[in-house]
Design a protein around this ligand. Structure first.
Ligand code: S3P
Length: 438
């Protein structure tokens, strides 16, 4: 499926975006392992979260979904059943890495597989620490899926320093910690998204967090009980980032994005854009465990910045959108230490460089960073054909960038937008974007 986008007029109105992908995954995992019935509202019906849902159904969990409401009859920590076949997780790295932690603690074996993109992603980052806990897990010779998880008679406690700033590794080990014979402590030097910590608390699991200026230590105490609870999933800040970008770069726009998750560990993009001069206001803030707000965005003249590397982990999924903001800012934007972009659904540093090249933007790749020469507030991209590399976020960032291209831009291979944002096209049209799918 390709998208064709034409530059258009101002973007206005109010939009409600689909649920948060990270929180939706975790809500199914926790609800499945809890005892009793959990109701999840605002669940993201994207292919990735549906892969998680399907995998737990195949392990005997009764899950009933109507639109965005999911009712899960939790089976308890020891209640999962061996699936009849391998568990296919599509494009979803979060499903594979977090579920490895859960499945490492089961008394049955499983095999996790994925699509072409997922099968090319590094998995030794979760397998190595899980095996330190006494599990018996293997990948192919290159450290990639399929992941084979042998049945376990119990996991050991662990203290582990994350070698990579990754919420998926941290969360994998936190889930494994539910099955350990003692505490599991994960130390991170850069703060990554903390949805697992917050959701564990919501399900009554003891999580200790010790934070100093240098590190954050998260300890899971294996629970005696794990009780069902209801979860409200806010709209996904990462999906909102594309519409924040769209309103910022389209003249005379004013857009209100409703009820978006603004967890501090997720909104590096907002801080970076404000530093560039973006006019973004938070309204109706609600301070629940996962805080939310309405985000009001107005067209802004952006200026280039040197991106604070401490923000990178908190805007890792927003980087493709940030590259486009940088390409339309006045002056130079310097982005360093983004090696992890190379390990996403595609090599996003490479894929976005190719997109910038096609749009006629000057940039310089240096190792794991990039320097982008912004075209400025009146800059116009060259219309062209962009390859999304089958990556949902490259497809959406390039679609929005096309609003500032002359003529029509075609973005190739956009099917995977369905993994995180199934109604992207509808929302685009709702706010006035001229987009067609072929
Ligand atoms: C996620 C963590 C991030 C992010 C991914 C979702 C999560 O991955 O890129 O889309 O839900 O924990 P890493 O932990 O690999 O950075």
């Amino acid at each position: 499926m390709d998208f064709r986008v034409k530059a258009g007029s101002k973007l206005t109105g109010e939009v409600q975006l689909p649920g948060d992908k990270s929180i939706s995954h975790r809500s199914i995992m926790c609800a499945a392992l809890a005892e009793g019935t959990s109701v999840i509202n605002g669940f993201l019906n994207g292919e990735d979260c549906l892969a998680t849902l399907d995998a737990f159904s195949k392990m005997g969990v009764s899950i009933d979904k109507t639109d965005n409401k999911v009712v899960v009859q939790g089976v308890g920590l020891r209640g999962l059943k061996k699936p009849d076949s391998d568990l296919y997780l599509g494009n979803s790295g979060t499903s594979m890495r977090l579920m490895s932690g859960i499945l490492a603690g089961q008394n049955f074996s499983t095999v996790l597989t994925g699509d072409r993109s997922l099968s090319a992603r590094p998995m030794e980052r979760v397998v190595t620490p899980l095996n330190l806990m006494g599990s018996n897990i293997s990948t192919n010779l290159e450290g990639k899926p399929p992941i084979k998880i042998e049945s376990s008679s119990g996991l050991n406690s662990l203290s582990y320093e994350l070698p990579i700033a990754s919420a998926q590794i941290k969360s994998c080990l936190m889930f494994a910690g539910l099955y350990a014979n003692g505490p599991v402590t994960v130390t991170e030097h850069l703060r990554t998204r903390n949805h697992t910590e917050l959701m564990f608390q919501e399900f009554g699991i003891e999580v200790e967090v010790n934070e100093s200026s240098k590190a954050r230590k998260i300890t899971v105490i294996p629970p005696k009980s794990f009780l069902a609870t209801d979860i409200n999933v806010p709209a996904d800040f990462s999906s909102a980032s594309f519409f924040i970008l769209a309103a910022l770069i389209t003249p005379e726009s004013e857009l209100l994005i409703k009820n978006v998750g603004i967890n501090k560990t997720r909104i590096g993009f907002l801080h970076a854009l404000r530093h560039m001069g973006a006019n973004i206001e938070l309204q109706n803030e609600i301070n629940s465990l996962e805080p939310t707000a309405d985000i009001l965005v107005k067209t802004s003249d952006l200026k280039g910045i040197s991106l604070n590397t401490a923000l990178v982990a908190n805007m890792i999924d927003e980087m493709p959108a940030f590259f486009i903001a940088a390409a339309l800012a006045e002056g130079i934007t310097k982005i360093k230490d983004v090696k992890e972009l190379r390990a996403k659904e595609s090599d996003r540093l490479q894929a976005m460089s190719e997109a910038l090249e096609s749009f006629g933007v000057k940039f310089h790749l240096n190792g794991d960073g990039i320097v982008i020469n912004g075209l400025g507030k009146d800059g116009v991209f060259k219309a062209s054909k962009i390859s999304s590399h089958g990556d949902h976020r490259i497809a959406m960032a390039s679609s929005i960038a096309s609003l500032r291209a002359e003529g029509e831009t075609t973005i190739i291979d956009c099917h995977n937008v369905n993994t995180s944002f199934p109604n992207f096209i509808d929302v685009c049209r709702e706010v006035g974007i001229n987009i067609a799918e072929t």
